[in-house]
Every structure is written in C-alpha cells, then in structure tokens.
Design a binder for this molecule. Structure first.
Ligand code: GBH
Length: 443
C-alpha cells in the first residue's frame, strides 16, 4: 500500500440505533425505528434494535477494540430520543451522561470523537407532528443540535449534522422501505428541503457553541449510462441530479437542480441558510449505479440496471473501488473551488462471516475490499482531490435497518444475542495498515 499523507484520519463508523440497544433504558424515548420495527413485515428477520450490540452497556469494551485497532477517530451518532425523549423540551440528563462517558473514554485513548447528530432515528413525537414533512422539525433539530453542542462542544472534534439525507428521504418517505414507512415517491421533496434547512440552522448552533469543524455526510454513487442513446444519457443525467446533486448543489451554493419538483416549501432566505460554509464534506460510498432510459410507461425518468463484471457482497452490491476514484474526481470537477476537503465517512461491505471451529473469523473478501478502496482513495489524492480521512463502515456487525441482523458489516464479529465480540481477520489487517500507513504514522 502506498503512503498516506501525515495527519490522514483513520476511523470507524457506527450509528446509535444500529448498535446501542438499551431502547427502554435510563429514560430514552421512542424513535420512528422502534415503531417501524414493531410493525409486522417491515424487518427481514422480524428483529428490532432494542438490544442490538448492547453498546450502551459495552461501550468501554468497544472503545478498547478501537484503541487496539489504532484508529485516530470514531464516528458515532447521538440518539436524539435518548437526549430529548419527546424530541423537544425536557432533557434526559442520563442520555447526555452516556455520551459524556463515551467521549471521555475515546479521548483517554487518543481517539477523536466524531459525532453525527441525525442518523435516521427521529423521535416518534416529532414524526407524529409530521416528521420532516413539517418545517418545524428543522427548528427542533437545530435546538437539539444546540443542546448536544452545549454539552459536548468542547470535546467532539468533528460534527456531522445529517447522515445520508437522500436515503432518509427516498427510503423513509419515498418508497417506505425504511422508517417512517411513507410512500410519497416524488412528493417527498419537502423532506429534502426541511432536512437541509435543519442542517443549515444546526450549523449556526454548532458554530456558536463549539470551535470544531462542521460537516454533513451524503451518500454518492457515480452514475454510468448503460447505453449510448441520447435517452440513456438523459436518464443518467436525471438520476445523477436526484442522487448526487439534490443535496450537494444547494449545500455548495448552487440552489436545487431542476427535477420538476414542486418547490413551494422553499421560502425566501432558506437557500442562504442551507449554503452555510462547510469545513468538511462527508462522503459515504458503496457502489456505482448503472442507468438507462426508462420504459415508455415508467413513472420514473430513468431505469436502474445492475452493473456487470464486478464481484458482489452478501448484499449483492457490486465491489467497485474504481467507482470511488471516479466519484471523487466527479466531485472535484463539478464543484471546483467550492468543494471543501473530503472525508470518506463510510465505506464498507457485508459478508456472511461466521467463526470457524477454533472460533476465528476469517473475512478475506473484506480485506480485498478495504485494500481496493484505500488504493482508490490514494489514487484520488494523487489526482489532486483533497481527501483527509477514511472511516470504515463498520466497527461491529450490527442491526442493518430493514435487513435486521442478516447483514454483517463489521471488522468485529458480534454473536447475537450474546453480544460476544470477535475481531475478524480484516481487523488485524487494518491495524497493520494504519500502523504503517504514512511517513509519520500516529501509532
Ligand atoms: C449506509 O447506507 C448507512 O448510513 C448505514 O447506516 C448502513 O448500515 C450502511 O450504509 C450499510 O447499508 O442497489 O445494489 O446499487 C447505505 C445506503 C443505499 C448504499 C443503497 C447502497 C444501493 C446498492 N445504500 N445502495 S445497489
């Protein structure tokens, strides 16, 4: 592996509902995912995140695993319903105490805490008031950001406002595969706008309370037209605008792309709030997308086609490290000097990892995945893209949303329901990688 620049941030990522468990402990309120998981038929194995990895009780063991790995940063998310059980108003001090303990333990181990404020677990009372379809939710989000920053602002080293607002909009409110399970299709644009407005208002609150840099984590997928006709190229451009530009264009001061949405919810001044300067752009990358012209009777302006010629993960997603280099080049070319430094806030893969007779977990496919994607990041840096960090999704096998416990993304195997942790062979590989990564490795 070639050398990475001095100061390059090596991290792992998780999110609250996927690992914490302790859903009814110490005053946490319900979130939309508790409600959704309790609805029959929504989750592949009928499970919920009520216990998950029990990280709420095992965070010290998990911090020791990170210290052993040698990462310099940990990206976790704060559970909004844990600190504000009804979403607004009364504060749950025990919830804030948990994040105090976590953050202090990370710092004691030389690991930078990177906090995401919203990784999809909206407090149920906020959903009952209309969720992200309601403009008020943006203001409630900013108040929650202010509360968290007032408590952790002296110790969190990077703030991430929202995780993948596109996925939350499209799967949560568009197709209904995720909580809250709405099926509004293209009428879900207000969810995009109100998340972005909440982001912009939260940036102001974070800047007032904390000197640490501020980011957002978007998911991106390089789009490949699967045909040479003008209709195929038009379809690819439409998908690119929806998937890769809907959130990033307004964040970087270009307003919304033309997608034919009714934009009545956008008020004077909103776009200025949304375009508040960002210190870092978080990039979550999984795979490229093949797109061609839709059938004549399709309600969509594009059709998605599986990409041929790549190995596939247990989720059936193509393993395409070349797509990460392509994506980073696309971001640089499209946004030029407006593009802030990038950190890869998620990159990872699911495989069917299980212990052998000796209790060891071998995951050579994940090692190949990480090797390929780190080389792609290195190549992008050599291309001139300013990439300053890479976070693996994920530290632990965890509760994978609608897939329940059926998809294992961890560097560390977790036995459900006992919660026993076993580092996989990819953990040992990454430890060696980080230890030898640069001219001035931190450990
Ligand atoms: C992230 O979302 C989430 O932030 C995280 O919570 C989650 O656990 C993790 O990734 C793993 O899922 O149709 O074959 O082209 C990922 C969003 C959306 C990325 C679907 C891959 C489609 C693959 N994903 N996408 S494909």
């Amino acid at each position: 592996m070639p050398e990475f620049p001095t100061g390059f941030r090596w991290g792992v990522s998780t999110s609250a509902y996927q690992i914490e468990g302790a859903a009814d402990t110490d005053g946490r309120g319900p979130s939309i995912w508790d409600t959704f998981a309790a609805t029959p038929g929504r989750i592949a194995d009928g499970s919920s995140g009520a216990v998950a990895c029990d990280h709420y009780h095992r965070y010290a063991e998990d911090t020791a695993l990170m210290a052993g790995l040698g990462v310099t940063a940990y990206r976790f998310s704060v559970s909004w319903p844990r600190v504000l059980p009804t979403g607004a108003g009364a504060v749950n001090a025990s919830g804030l105490d948990f994040y105090d303990r976590l953050v202090d333990g990370l710092l004691a181990n030389g690991i930078d805490p990177v906090a995401t404020l919203f990784h999809w677990d909206l407090p149920q009372p906020i959903e009952d008031a209309g969720g992200w379809l309601n403009r008020d939710t943006a203001y409630r989000f900013a108040e929650y950001a202010d509360l968290v920053a007032a408590h952790l602002g002296d110790r969190v080293k990077l703030w991430i406002t929202l995780n993948e607002p596109f996925i939350h909009m499209s799967l949560g409110y568009g197709t209904g595969e995720h909580a809250p399970g709405r099926t509004l299709l293209f009428d879900s644009f207000p969810v995009a706008h109100h998340q972005l407005l909440g982001h912009g208002l939260a940036v102001g609150a974070l800047r007032a309370r904390s000197g640490s840099p501020v980011a957002i984590a978007n998911n991106y997928s390089p789009v490949r037209p699967m045909g040479d006709s003008p209709a195929d190229h038009a379809a690819a451009a439409a998908y690119e605008a929806l998937h890769n530009r809907l959130f990033t264009d307004p964040l970087l001061g270009r307003g919304y792309p033309e997608l034919g949405f009714d934009q009545d919810v956008v008020r004077d001044g909103d776009l200025d709030v949304i375009a508040a300067p960002l210190d870092v752009l978080g990039v979550n990358y999984y795979n490229p997308t093949g797109v061609r012209a839709p059938e004549a009777d399709s309600p969509l302006p594009f059709a998605l086609v599986p990409l041929e010629g790549y190995p596939r993960t247990a989720f059936d997603w193509p393993v395409a490290p070349d797509g990460l280099r392509e994506l980073l080049g696309w971001l640089r070319d499209r946004y030029g000097p407006d593009l802030p430094p990038i950190q890869i806030t998620e990159s990872g893969c699911a495989y069917d990892d299980e212990p052998d007779a000796q209790g060891r977990v071998s995951d050579p496919d994940r090692i190949a995945y990480l090797d390929g994607h780190l080389r792609a990041v290195h190549a992008a840096i050599a291309d001139g893209v300013d990439v300053t960090g890479y976070f693996v999704w994920s530290l632990l096998d965890n509760w994978e949303w609608a897939e329940g416990f059926t998809k294992r993304f961890g560097l560390v195997h977790v036995d459900f329901p006992t919660g026993r942790r076993t580092p996989k062979s990819s953990y040992a590989w990454l430890r060696e990688m980080i230890a030898t990564a640069g001219p001035d490795p931190l450990r």
